[in-house]
Design a protein around this ligand. Structure first.
Ligand code: SF4
Length: 131
């Protein structure tokens, strides 16, 4: 058994969590959660369980734009993706070019790197010759 220290990121309280884990079984998650202490509410242990067994993250980045009034459009994933897939998704983000105009909320890439999320524009880009 091991004890892992985590800070819950679900709300601004940032409760320090002490998570007791044991090694997982082959083919499954690396660790299994046995107990969680230090939570300020019931969401803490749920988050700790996910963070230990299947950590996920959302990504915010930028994609190159051709013919726009700005060369980059900011994007984010519309759902969290497995932590282990971030490198592949970032590689696809770097390889993509889109053409202006772009509206906030436009889906610029569906299922990057085979994940179940989409990359959504979070900034408006006008055509460079638009008045
Ligand atoms: S355990 Fe509950 S109160 Fe504490 S940071 Fe997480 S969500 Fe907030």
């Amino acid at each position: 058994m091991k004890k892992k220290e985590l800070i819950c990121v679900i709300c601004p309280n940032g409760c320090p969590l002490a998570v007791l884990v044991e090694e997982g079984t082959e083919g499954g998650p690396a660790f299994r959660v046995l107990a969680v202490e230090g939570e300020g509410c019931e969401k803490g242990p749920e988050w700790a369980e996910q963070e230990i067994t299947h950590p996920v993250r959302t990504i915010a980045s930028s994609i190159l734009v051709e013919g726009g009034d700005f060369p980059l459009v900011s994007v984010r994933t519309d759902a969290p993706i497995p932590l282990g897939r971030i490198f592949e998704v970032m590689k696809e983000i770097r390889s993509v070019r889109v053409t202006a105009p772009v509206k906030i909320g436009d889906i610029l890439v569906k299922n990057p790197a085979g994940t179940s999320c989409n990359l959504v524009a979070t900034r408006m880009i006008r055509e460079s010759n638009a008045s």
